[in-house]
Design a protein around this ligand. Structure first.
Ligand SMILES: *[C@@H]1O[C@H](CO)[C@@H](O)[C@H](O)[C@H]1NC(C)=O
Ligand SMILES: *[C@@H]1O[C@H](CO)[C@@H](O)[C@H](O)[C@H]1NC(C)=O
Ligand SMILES: *[C@@H]1O[C@H](CO)[C@@H](O)[C@H](O)[C@H]1NC(C)=O
Ligand SMILES: *[C@@H]1O[C@H](CO)[C@@H](O)[C@H](O)[C@H]1NC(C)=O
Ligand SMILES: *[C@@H]1O[C@H](CO)[C@@H](O)[C@H](O)[C@H]1NC(C)=O
Ligand SMILES: *[C@@H]1O[C@H](CO)[C@@H](O)[C@H](O)[C@H]1NC(C)=O
Ligand SMILES: *[C@@H]1O[C@H](CO)[C@@H](O)[C@H](O)[C@H]1NC(C)=O
Ligand SMILES: *[C@@H]1O[C@H](CO)[C@@H](O)[C@H](O)[C@H]1NC(C)=O
Length: 899
């Protein structure tokens, strides 16, 4: 019997791929093995028979279903040639090697009567992570009967779509989506008169002037040119109207030119369009006219991300088969009840209505006649009034988004009466009161619930615990208080309960939890229970602004997914545990405003850190030196108000991305490092979406983001030595505070290179010498404090420097000149001439030359006519933060000329 099986397998000339042949052989050998093993037993015959039956079935079933048609040699050759042009690192085309019959190759199908290759499908599949590259050989022309060609999702390196594809005249489907083609689309594609599917989605082609070639494709049913540049095709509406067989048209994000379709010549066409996606094109409302004329068969319309204004035009009311209407993110503004009337004809068909992020106003009408409605998105509009109870009759409803309107009233169980399919419910950002009894048994199982800023309290609503599928729960700012129930048996991924009044210890959470936001509550007690929590997926943990106390547990290694940890503003104490240093993926670490003490653990392996905020604790020890190698991405380092000592390590200069460096109020000694020129790049993208507290122009403020912020604050330490000249290379710096140290020496000459400085505080040091004249170019400076140093000489004249209060220069015995009343030696009268004009363009050098060039007598006569400083000083102080300084200066100059 074994020889027979063997023969069966090998006799078959139709064994398909090498793989399956080997697979079958394999089975046969297993069968042989078992048969031999059971050879001596009573049952050997039976076992053998069963094995035979199975093997025959496997072996011969495929033989039966194949037939004798084999691929043509010429086409096989053409395919091999085509393959040679490709770089196939994924080895997906290995089946093209051994097998003789090319009809059995991967991606190939032949006509089962004639054997001609009719299908070539080499679209990249996600099983093979390496995209195919290379060239497309014209040998494809040999495949004269090809009617399906799919090369999508490969990477053809920006080559032009080959013209010869237009000669594959039998093609019915051509798919070249996202395959990195560029250049012009060859008009030869217009020769493919049998084409019914054309997919050119997402290639880098240059915009054609027109789509004339397209209008020849009279059989076209499906057209996708989304993400192609069509910005020059002014007559696209006319061209597309000619495709009368078209049922699906996708032209999203094509930069379609915004033509006024109301003034176009009359379009008399009736296409069979059912699906239209023109999202993301900056189109105006006249597109509705085209839509209304081009087809009345529409089932799906997507015009989101355009510039539609006004209401939904009446023309739309003839669309009686509409199932989905997506107008998200436009500027539509209409009484919502009127919009609903326009959609009346589709009341038996509409399933999805997405009007979010527009300006629809008025109240929500009764919608129950739209009984098929599954998705209703009305977020971020201007709807007001209450929600009619009839919404509870929409028994097909799966998603209800009303977030961010001005709706009000009481939400009751009646609103959800028949909503057994509801999965997504978003009511936040309105003025709802929620009146759902705690032991309510909802008809639905939600996946996502957002009732933030609804009035719910006071206790955590128990009915939420019946929602065992719930993954995202947002109940922040909802007036909830009391203890939080045990949530360990939920499936929550995201939980946001911030800004409530929850108290007591933290409960246990879902083991699936990834994001937990509990900030601004009254949770108390120790965090040691965290260690018992099995939450390996935690990424975001924010329990800031609570009453947590005690030491931090040392079990952070079990939260290896943690990206952001914020325990700021609690009453935590003790040492910062070393296991935090094992969180290699952590980006944000905030333990500020607690009572932590002792030295920092090493964070040398936390190389992804963007923000470290440990301000306002009692931490001590040296500023760690591991900063240099590890924290290259650090954007914010805030260690203010601790007891750090020692010197500033040189390594601080390798924080190339730093935007906020706050080491103030510590016991740091030694000099400033002479390497600030290494921090000059200060890239603009911060990547930190955190609120940051910052002393800005003398006032502590919370910044919602750090766009444009660059600040260094090392005030209130024991720094000695001089301010290194390299500091001037930080030309993007906006705020520098080195006050209350023991700095000596002179100010760097080119200090004025830091042209963006808005706030500079060097007060209470021992800095000596003159104020460099380059200070005059600090045009944006609006806060300056140089008081209590040993500065001397004239305050450079020009720009704002005279506009500051004299107190900002106070306590420098040698300083003179305005705004100080003390006059500089040899220029006694100048100070008294306050009522006289000064054109604001006189530089120190010019001034001195004037002094040297003219005799004192000249001054006594003419000086009073030339100089008038007082009003200008006031002017500049008034405009202290003005970025249009030059404008002002011009105005002053002009005024002077006119006099
Ligand atoms: C041959 O192909 C046609 C159309 O593709 C199909 O309907 C038919 O079932 C096939 N016949 C065999 C024997 O596979
Ligand atoms: C194909 O298209 C080109 C340009 O549109 C045209 O010049 C040529 O005659 C066409 N060829 C055939 C065979 O139709
Ligand atoms: C649409 O049709 C109406 C008449 O049905 C006509 O007045 C209007 O001009 C047409 N609009 C376009 C863009 O063809
Ligand atoms: C529009 O075209 C159809 C046939 O294509 C014709 O019957 C009808 O009269 C035309 N209508 C107008 C207003 O030109
Ligand atoms: C959590 O809720 C607060 C208050 O509504 C909100 O400010 C914050 O953005 C929410 N956080 C997330 C991640 O949703
Ligand atoms: C950092 O990683 C290295 C190499 O994995 C390891 O030897 C070292 O102990 C780690 N340091 C800390 C503080 O965890
Ligand atoms: C400063 O930059 C130079 C050149 O990029 C580099 O060699 C040097 O090590 C850097 N210094 C520090 C302290 O990072
Ligand atoms: C500089 O820091 C000191 C103390 O650290 C503070 O009092 C002062 O307001 C700060 N100056 C500015 C301009 O922020």
């Amino acid at each position: 019997m074994f020889p027979r099986l063997y023969i069966c397998s090998f006799q078959s000339p139709f064994a398909s791929t090498i793989y399956t042949s080997l697979y079958r052989l394999h089975i046969i050998f297993i069968i042989m093995f078992f048969s031999i093993m059971s050879g001596g037993s009573m049952h050997s015959g039976l076992v053998g028979l069963v094995c035979l039956a199975i093997a025959s079935a496997i072996c011969c079933s495929s033989v039966g279903s194949s037939n004798n048609i084999m691929c043509l040699e010429s086409e096989r050759h053409a395919l091999l040639q085509f393959k040679q042009g490709l770089v196939d690192e994924s080895s997906a085309l290995d089946s093209w090697k051994g097998e003789k019959d090319c009809c059995k190759w991967r991606g190939i199908a032949c006509n089962n009567q004639t054997g001609h290759v009719i299908t070539l499908d080499l679209s990249y599949s996600y099983y093979h992570s390496i995209k195919r590259r290379g060239e497309i050989s014209p040998s494809l022309l040999e495949l004269r009967y090809l009617n399906y060609l799919d090369l999508s999702y490969n990477d053809f390196g920006g080559m032009i779509i080959p013209k010869f594809i237009g000669s594959l005249s039998q093609l019915k489907e051509l798919k070249l989506a996202d395959a990195n083609f560029s250049g012009p689309i060859p008009p030869q594609l217009g020769n493919l008169s049998n084409l019914h599917t054309l997919d050119l989605y997402h290639n880098q082609v240059v915009s054609p002037e027109n789509l004339e070639w397209l209008s020849h494709l009279s059989s076209l049913r499906y057209l996708n040119m989304s993400y192609l540049d069509l910005s020059k095709v002014v007559n696209w509406p006319q061209s597309l109207s000619k495709l009368t067989s078209l049922t699906e048209l996708q032209l999203s994000w094509c930069e379609l030119p915004d033509v006024n379709l109301r003034s176009l010549p009359f379009i008399n066409s009736s296409t069979s369009l059912q699906l239209l996606d023109l999202s993301g094109n900056s189109l105006n409302s006249s597109i509705f006219y085209w839509i209304a004329n081009v087809s009345s068969n529409f089932v799906h319309i997507d015009l989101s991300w355009n510039k539609l204004e006004g209401g939904i035009p009446k023309g739309i009311q003839n669309l009686c088969s509409l199932e989905s209407l997506t107008l998200w993110s436009n500027q539509l503004s209409e009484n919502f009840e009127d919009s609903v009337k326009t959609l009346s004809c589709a009341e038996n068909t509409l399933e999805t209505v997405d009007l979010g992020f527009n300006q629809f106003w008025g109240s929500l009408p009764d919608l129950k006649r739209f009984f098929k409605l599954r998705k209703l998105y009305l977020s971020n509009n201007q709807l007001n009034g209450s929600v009619p109870k009839s919404v509870g009759q929409l028994s097909s409803l799966e998603s209800l988004y009303l977030r961010g309107n001005s709706l009000s009233g009481v939400i009751t169980e009646a609103h959800f009466l028949n909503l057994s399919r509801l999965q997504y419910l978003s009511l936040s950002g309105n003025r709802f009161s929620i009146n759902l009894s705690s032991d309510w048994n909802p008809p639905f199982q939600l996946l996502r619930l957002d009732m933030s800023s609804c009035k719910m309290g006071p206790a955590f609503p128990k009915w939420i615990l019946t929602q065992t599928d719930l993954t995202d729960l947002y109940l922040s700012n909802a007036g909830l208080s009391g203890k939080l129930p045990n949530l360990s048996s939920t499936s929550l991924f995201t939980l946001n309960l911030s800004s409530n009044l929850f108290s007591g210890a933290l409960p246990s959470f879902s083991p699936m939890l990834q994001r937990l936001y509990l900030s601004n509550n009254r949770f108390s007690g120790h965090l040691s229970s965290l260690c018992a929590t099995q939450s390996p997926y935690w990424m975001y943990l924010d329990i800031s602004k609570n009453l947590l106390s005690g030491e931090l547990p040392n079990c952070w290694m079990q939260f290896q997914s943690l990206y952001s940890l914020n325990l700021g503003k609690n009453k935590l104490s003790g040492k910062i545990p070393s296991s935090l240093g094992s969180l290699q993926g952590i980006g944000i670490l905030r333990l500020h405003d607690n009572n932590f003490s002792g030295e920092l653990p090493s964070l040398e392996n936390c190389t992804g850190l963007l923000m470290v905020d440990l301000g306002n604790n009692n931490l001590s020890g040296k500023i760690p030196t591991w900063i240099d190698q590890s924290l290259k991405n650090l954007v914010i380092l805030r260690l203010r108000s601790n007891e750090f000592n020692g010197i500033i390590p040189f390594s601080l200069c390798s924080l190339a991305a730093i935007h906020v460096l706050d080491l103030s109020h510590n016991s740091i000694s030694g000099g400033l490092p002479h390497c600030f020129n290494n921090i000059t790049s200060l890239p603009t993208n911060t990547g930190v979406g955190e609120n940051v507290e910052l002393v800005w122009k003398g006032i502590e403020r919370e910044f919602p983001n750090l766009i444009g912020m660059r600040s260094i604050d090392i005030s209130s330490n024991y720094l000695i030595g001089e301010i290194p000249p390299s500091i001037a290379s930080m030309t993007e710096l906006k705020s520098l505070n080195l006050s209350r140290n023991k700095l000596t020496g002179k100010l760097p000459e080119d200090f004025g290179n830091m042209k963006m400085l808005e706030s500079l505080d060097l007060s209470r040091n021992r800095i000596s010498g003159k104020i460099p004249s380059s200070f005059a170019s600090l045009n944006f400076l609006s806060v300056l404090d140089l008081s209590h140093n040993n500065l001397s000489g004239r305050i450079p004249s020009g720009t704002q420097l005279q506009g500051f209060n004299a107190s900002q220069y106070m306590g420098n015995r040698g300083l003179c000149g305005p705004p100080l009343t003390q006059s500089c030696p040899g220029e006694g009268t100048e100070i008294d001439n306050k009522e006289h004009d000064n054109d604001g363009l006189i530089s120190l050098g010019f001034f001195i030359s004037v002094v040297l060039g003219f005799v004192t007598g000249f001054w006594m006569v003419c000086g009073s006519l030339l100089l008038k400083t007082s009003w200008r000083y006031a002017y500049f102080r008034f405009l202290d933060n003005a970025k249009d300084w030059i404008y002002v200066k011009t105005a002053v100059y002009k005024a002077k000329l006119q006099r």
